[in-house]
Design a protein around this ligand. Sequence first.
Ligand SMILES: O=C(O)CCC(=O)C(=O)O
Length: 297
Amino acid sequence: MTVHPFVESQNLHGQPAALKERLEEDGYLFFRNLIDPKPLQNLLTAILEICKKHDWLIQGSALMQRRGKNDAYSGYFESTAVYREIQKLENFHLLSHHPSIVSTLSGILGQQVFPHPRNIARITLPDSAKMTTPPHQDYVFIQGSQESYTAWFPLSDCPKELGGLIMAKGTHKDGILPTHEAEGTGGLCTTIDNEAQKWFASDFKLGDVILFHSLTVHKAYPNITQNLLRVSCDFRYQPVAEQVVVWDTLRPHMQLHSWEDIYSNWAKDNHKYYWHQYELHVVPGLDPWDVKPTVNS
Ligand SMILES: O=C(O)CCC(=O)C(=O)O
């Protein structure tokens, strides 16, 4: 499989029309240095402290080395006690409001966007190829409006061997594609001819962000490092004029807690229940297996 380097878009900052044109053509925009490192490092520290408490780190290693045990959990990360605690972190949820993401996307789309509250963090263990995210379209999981966008970024530098994302350029124009069962995050895989796609990827540095359309097919590289944890966030956004959202989108990821529980230790109130200010049309979600493809494979 040939993989080309991401087309970088930071040089088009301040040129929303050019960014929009590129997003419509490629289905993704990759920005170097979009987010300042400080809030990312603060969140990483908080997450690694939780990992340490649960004995996921290699004994004797310094926290910020991110050296983790490759058997720290089995099954899905979402089911772990570590993830339950991450979901309660105020700085995790506040990061989805980061002005660099929100204003960049609003500028490109020419209208205000709001972050979905269902924020996701992931920890991928070293040497865990089986749990690698297979090719998929986010829409199948998120549903609601197809005009929604994901912002994905690691909380450290993330060279390919640690497991960054790979994008299949232009696939957002192909409609909803069929899926089949697969190993790895999400458990289902878009049925595509891998060799026929134009794949793009680059090593991520801390602060780099990739934004992509809900129908853009993407997957992750496996974390093939000996002992490094890949820690990343994925947040979703939609223009306020797109009112349809699935009920789950407004709940904490995996519904591990209620919002009341999540908010119980927060220092500030101003971002609690922020989505109540928007006129949303909330609809029931489907099991991803029941989302009908719009094209045949
Ligand atoms: O981080 C990963 O492995 C998967 C992330 C992803 O596919 C997404 O954010 O849509």
